[in-house]
Each structure stands twice: as C-alpha cells, then as structure tokens.
Design a protein around this ligand. Sequence first.
Ligand code: APR
Length: 233
Amino acid sequence: MDGIRNIVILTGAGISAESGIRTFRADDGLWEDHQVEDVATPQAFRRDPELVQRFYDTRRADILAAEPNAAHRALARLDREFDGGLLIVTQNIDDLHERAGATRVLHMHGEGLSAWCMACDARHRWTGTLLDEPSCPACGKQALRPDIVWFGEMPYRMDEIFGALARADLFVSIGTSGAVYPAAGFVQQAKSAGARTLELNLERSQGSYWFDESRLGPAGELVPAWVGEVLGG
Ligand code: APR
C-alpha cells in the first residue's frame, strides 16, 4: 500500500472471539451474565472484593487456556515486516497479540495477567488466583488487585495513544463495538488528523459512520487479507 508511513490499529474483544474468549456485548457476552457495575468498577471492588476477584480469576484462567488466532498472527506479521510506524492499541486484557509475536502493543485497559499492589504500586506478572489474597512479592502486604482499568478509571498511556493518532495516516479498528470511550473516539481523532480510516468487524459498529471503509466478517479472515494488502502479498 503506497504512501502509508504510520499505522495505528485499535483492537477489541472481537479479535479474540475466534480464540474462544467471550466478547462483552453479545447475547452470550460477559456483560449478559453480570452487571458491569457489579464487577468492573472501583466501587464494586470496595463493596464486594470476593465477587470481583473471582470474576477476574476466571478471566485469567480463560486467557491462559486460549491460543492466538489467524488475526493475531497476521498483526504480528505486520509488526515484523512493516518498517513504518505502527502501534497496536488493544482494549483487550489478554496477551494473545504478544503470544502471536507482536511487540508494538499497548494495553490501554490493563492486563489480565498482571496484578497491581494498592499498597506499594508495584505490578507483577500474575497467572494464579487473587481471591485467596496472596501477598505482594514486593512489599508483603495483601493488597493486590487485578491490573485492569475499570469503568470510571483513566485508561493507560493516553498521551502515547493521542501522539500516535496525530501522526497516523491509516487508522484501523478491529473487532470493537465502539461503545466505550475514549477508545470509541479514536477514529474521529485520527480522521481529523488526516488519516484514512478502516473498520474490520463482524457487523456494523456504533462508530461505523466515521470510517471511510467498513469490511464486515470474521477477523480471522479479514485481518490476514488486509495485512497481505499492506505488505503487498
Ligand atoms: N471477528 C470480528 N469481529 C467480531 C467477531 C469476530 N470473530 N466476533 C465478534 N466481533 C465484534 C462484535 O460484532 C462487536 O462489534 O466484536 C465487537 C465486540 O464488541 P464488545 O463486546 O463491545 O467488545 P469491545 O468493543 O472490545 O469492548 C470495549 O468495553 O466492557 C469494556 O473494557 C471492556 O475493553 C472492553 C470495552
């Protein structure tokens, strides 16, 4: 693809759906089983820490059991072979982009396999449970919470994201419903900075209106085809 120097990609739950990780807003989605306010807010954690820890312990086990799919592998290929600027901003808390081999990945909503100590601010890779209140390996206090950005909290590394959006000449959104800000607004930021905008999603999203082009279908098919176009076959 000629003239493309800087690409920003936003991924959401839809890119991991074919790996068996549930999305949020489908009929069989995670939020159908739970009120968001009961499991994904700081208030919920204060009110009922056991419920929240159990919910994220299950998410962590789901992540460990999943494998990257063709869409993750295609983005990892793009990361390896595209010599321009690239940033893969993911709303996902799984590590499937990294396990597929991508390195230029930013987790704006945190990471399921990370625990954050509320006492000393240390972060630790975490593959076990938190329900049993393990001690922080750094300070010894029993103050670990999931390293997840909950509703009402500030997403991570927004300065870097806005910087990349301002430089982007192509913005691609993959597998996200466009229901949650600030990520849902990235397309408008990119567009006003002059980028071309492309959406790859199973169905039209809430933000489809803003995209120059929307391709509808499963990420496992659409993403490898698009990466092939960018890399020239
Ligand atoms: N291929 C492509 N897209 C898919 C696929 C697939 N195989 N399966 C589902 N999708 C699409 C759905 O059609 C939907 O538009 O992925 C989108 C997933 O939307 P959501 O479930 O709303 O997930 P997401 O957009 O990532 O949610 C954003 O909301 O709950 C919070 O913090 C959570 O990061 C999450 C944020």
